[in-house]
Design a protein around this ligand. Structure first.
Ligand SMILES: Nc1ncnc2c1ncn2[C@@H]1O[C@H](COP(=O)(O)OP(=O)(O)OP(=O)(O)O)[C@@H](O)[C@H]1O
Ligand SMILES: [Mg+2]
Length: 245
């Protein structure tokens, strides 16, 4: 068994939260000016929970989500995902958590324009699959991608490139891509923010369906009060802290 194939260790007991964010701080430095964005954020996310985070533009929602996804590093505080502080584990473990255990849907899709829908969906598995060179794994990858694209209603668009898709369709590809490796947590940054309300509704239905049927844990950032209310719990990011309204 190679390192790559070994099961991922899980250190959390069933009654502890899946994600514990403790006293998280992040400031940006622009020349001499310091911009404190997060000033001691605390957050516990239970396994299977659907949590919404609201906040004004510029309040630090994307910053928080990027930190939780291991895409950026905090100034202080801890980010304990399933018993491991992702700010303190080595880059290999962090890479595995980021690639396999946490799925990320970005505010602006981040699809690769030269790849078609199927290729964009399977992107994160390509490195593994191609290096290993296993035909079987590639077949499994493809059927997983097709299953997800079916679920998000894009089964008949797999050869389209992002430029040939609507905004809602692009966001659905991004969701399928985020779920490819069966993550335990989905971090979604304004997944409906750039869509009309009807298309936003469809994206929300896809996420809610995955949450309900597959017990996917979801942390979703949104501006939309009505959508936030559909989550199990809503927190507001204000003045660098998360508060319950
Ligand atoms: N890389 C960066 N360097 C410097 N400042 C940054 C950087 N990224 C974000 N900021 C600043 O940090 C603050 C928080 O940004 P962030 O993107 O987290 O806000 P947000 O709540 O996601 O806003 P929106 O709702 O508009 O997406 C903003 O004032 C922004 O200007
Ligand atoms: Mg943002």
């Amino acid at each position: 068994m190679t390192v790559k194939d070994s099961p991922l260790p899980s250190r959390a007991s069933t009654d502890s939260p899946l994600y514990d964010v403790v006293n998280l701080s992040k400031r940006y430095r622009m020349g001499r000016v310091e911009l404190p964005v997060l000033r001691g954020v605390n957050l516990s996310v239970n396994a299977g929970e659907f949590l919404a985070i609201e906040g004004r533009s510029g309040s630090g929602k994307s910053t928080l989500l990027h930190l939780m996804g291991g895409l950026d590093t905090p100034d202080s505080g801890s980010l304990v995902f399933d018993g491991r502080d992702i700010g303190r584990v080595g880059h290999r473990v962090r890479g595995r958590i980021r690639n396999r255990e946490i799925g990320f849907v970005f505010q602006f899709y981040h699809l690769l324009p030269e790849l078609n829908v199927l290729e964009n969906t399977t992107l994160s598995t390509h490195v593994d699959g191609w290096l290993a060179g296993h035909l079987k794994r590639r077949t499994q990858t493809r059927s997983r991608a097709e299953e997800l694209l079916e679920k998000v209603g894009l089964r008949d668009r797999i050869r389209h490139r992002p430029a040939e898709l609507s905004g809602g369709e692009r966001q659905r590809v991004a969701i399928a891509r985020a779920l490819m490796n069966r993550p335990r947590l989905l971090l979604a940054d304004e997944p409906t923010g750039n869509l009309d309300s009807q298309t936003g509704r469809q994206i929300m239905d896809v996420i809610e369906d995955l949450h309900r049927r597959e017990s996917l844990t979801v942390v979703m950032v949104t501006h939309d009060r009505a959508l936030a209310k559909e989550a199990d719990r809503v927190l507001v990011l204000r003045d660098g802290r998360l508060i319950q309204e």
